[in-house]
Design a protein around this ligand. Structure first.
Ligand code: SAM
Length: 217
């Protein structure tokens, strides 16, 4: 589902070809990147770097994730248009906007009020109507809207919170970086009738997931 009203910006095709070089093959994911102008998610002083494959600062000591990692996580989620998604770590809202291209509804939680409110305004101004925002501790999930078909965590946890696994629907997928505070493995969990099956998709570096079921501040 595409609800954004923005046009593809200059520079995006260069990024798309970098994503292909890094092994992203899903045309749906690449198309979603075409529709989300990354320069609108960073400070004006960083416009020139917006289409490089790098994480960039967004304030509050946080970052907008590296595009190839956003693309990989989105691809691994195997999204369908009827999926209800929970995202933990709204940040700038870039990953949220990519997810919102595909899916029925995205529920997104950010612990920093300023970031969460800025992302809410940014996405509303861009025309996204299928995103529900919350400021709070995402390690608890969002029980009122559970179960979710897909859960994506965009900050690094010490271990996968059981609270989130419990809110994943049977047949659903969850993707989460977990491990050390400054270096994690990207885990993909599939929930079956028999329980969770996990797989590692490689090493990543995310800012810490801070909260009741994450790292302490
Ligand atoms: N995907 C985002 C983007 O595209 O801009 C980047 C996310 S950034 C790497 C991780 C975010 O997770 C930060 O904004 C951080 O404040 C947030 N975060 C950390 N712990 C959290 C928690 N318990 N609940 C919600 N958000 C959390």
């Amino acid at each position: 589902m595409s609800t954004g009203k923005t046009r593809p910006p200059i520079g995006n095709e260069k990024l798309i070809s970098k994503l292909r070089d890094k092994g992203i093959t899903s045309e749906m994911v690449l198309d979603a990147f075409r529709k989300v102008p990354r320069h609108l998610f960073v400070d004006g002083a960083m416009y020139a770097q917006a289409y490089d494959d790098n994480a960039l600062p967004i304030g509050e000591g946080q970052t907008i994730s590296q595009p190839s990692v956003v693309a990989l996580m989105t691809e691994l989620l195997e999204l369908g248009k009827d999926d209800k998604i929970l995202e933990i770590g709204t940040g700038s809202g870039f990953q949220t906007a990519v997810l919102a291209q595909f899916s029925r509804r995205v529920y997104t939680i950010e612990r920093h009020r300023l970031l969460g409110e800025a992302a809410r305004k940014r996405l509303r101004d861009m025309g996204y109507m299928n995103v529900v925002f919350k400021v709070g501790d995402g390690t608890r999930g969002w029980i009122q809207h559970a179960p979710f078909d897909r859960i994506i965590v965009t900050a690094g946890a010490p271990v996968t919170p059981e609270s989130l696994a419990n809110q994943l629907a049977t047949g659903g997928l969850m993707i989460i970086p977990a491990g050390e505070r400054k270096n994690q493995q990207l885990f993909v969990y599939r929930k079956t009738e028999q329980g969770l099956i996990s797989q590692s998709a490689g090493n990543v570096v995310f800012v810490p997931l801070i909260g009741e079921h994450g790292w302490k501040d």
